[in-house]
Design a protein around this ligand. Sequence first.
Ligand code: NAP
Length: 346
Amino acid sequence: MAHAQESARNDMTKKQTTERYTLADLEKWRKATGDVDPPIRLGVLGDPVAHSLSPQMQSAALRASKIDMQYARFHIRANELRPALRFLRALDFVGVNLTVPHKIAAFAQIDEADKFASHAGAVNTIRLRDRKLIASNTDGEGFLRAIRSEFSVDVRDLRVMILGAGGGTGHAIAWQCALENCERLVLVNRTLEKANALVEWQCALENCERLVLVNRTLEKANALVERLRPSFAGPRVLGPVARLEAVPWDEAVLRAQLADIDLLVNATPLGMNPSDFSPVPARLLAPHHMVFDAVYGSSKTSLLRAADEAGARGANGLSMLLNQGALAFQIWFDREAPIEAMRASL
Ligand code: NAP
């Protein structure tokens, strides 16, 4: 009884994390959080970051594993990533997650990268060791597991189109699809500059049966094709279709491409705001499509509403969030994540 009273008293004096920290807090970390107990040793950096469900999911994992630390939310703008990582290096953190828009930028600012981060050229999980930032990427494997659990299929059997392939999440998903030797991979991106990073994936792309780049400006896409062509000069010949082609991002072209697609993936942030339009309208979708929106939230995204309207199957990004988070926990603590506690928190 005395013990129970004491632990209740301790709980009352403990201070939980505040809703959101900033770069200024990281700079004066001990002053900003000296009285926070248990201490914050993990977090997610992003802009926006208010929407992230990682804090509640990872907090549930920490509680279930009886690990006495907290996971916090950090609002870090694109131009603040470098100093934020510099401050983190000197602090007693186990690690952090990175979300939009930091995944690609972080790749140039870490000390070491495992093969998942290196292949994707993007980082979603950092582990701190001896003041070094060790990068990984669990988005690709998290995506694979999500597709298996949501649609009961394996990516390797699918023809996949990724919208937003030039972003951090798109990179990780595209690389994973190539690694799985998916039947066909169609990469769609709004701007060419970011799609250029695709060139770095040449070895992974060797695994793809066919790559199609879709871009708004045909000349720009054709220029990219010229840069990529040497990667596709191999002997694999798949009937009359070219392994590599560029097509403009317009409705007629997307309609034609979608006829040969099983799984459509949204890796753009479109859908994070309830007022966002759907990246692909319902009229381009058909009942045979599986539509996976990496965006998650309490209400259906415009893309998933479009999938409903077309009679297609759809799933949001919650399952990917859960799986990439469980893999991150495993990286930080070298032990299995309490996935059921994490699932129950979402
Ligand atoms: P990012 O690195 O900033 O990349 C965003 C990508 O989307 C870029 O390719 C960008 O194209 C494209 N894009 C942005 N606005 C667009 C628009 N209005 N129209 C067309 N394309 C647009 O972001 P990220 O970190 O990859 O995150 C993307 C989304 O995935 C976020 O919503 C994030 O929450 C979600 N996500 C979910 C999970 C999960 O576990 N469920 C995991 C990771 C990410 P340009 O190259 O043309 O700029």
